[in-house]
Design a protein around this ligand. Structure first.
Ligand SMILES: [Zn+2]
Length: 131
């Protein structure tokens, strides 16, 4: 499946990416801080366009490589996350890692290349738990 994001594109091996996620651990088994707990809780009720985007490329967002909470959105109601997801690609062309493509409101993605591996990077705003 070819994923075009701005000036970047990648031929994603969806089956191999699915297989990669099968044995990965859940975000909240690596960290149980409030931000990670919120992430696990809120992505379950995520928008359909976001869910479709992830399933289309074989990525399971509950098994992200890393999740960082940063700048609160409209605190205390939302939290912005920077998430990294490994993907398996047969080939790719990355021209600009800084250009994020908006998939839907509050969810933008780009690619990041590291040591010959390709990652999907997401800037994601999620609702924050009520405290
Ligand atoms: Zn955490």
């Amino acid at each position: 499946m070819v994923l075009n994001l701005g000036k970047n594109s990648a031929e994603v091996d969806v089956e191999a990416t699915k297989a990669l996620y099968k044995d990965r651990s859940y975000v909240n088994t690596k960290c149980c801080c409030p931000s990670c707990r919120n992430y696990m809780e809120k992505i379950r009720c995520t928008d359909k366009p976001v869910a479709r985007f992830f399933s289309g490329i074989g990525v399971d967002p509950v098994k992200a490589e890393s999740v960082w909470a940063y700048l609160p959105g409209d605190a205390p109601f939302t939290q912005r996350y920077h998430c990294v997801f490994p993907i398996v690609c047969t080939q790719y062309k990355i021209k600009d890692e800084e250009s994020f493509s908006v998939i839907t409101d509050g969810f933008s993605v780009s690619f990041r290349e590291e040591e010959g591996k390709l990652f999907l990077v997401a800037d994601w705003t999620l609702p924050w738990i009520s405290v």
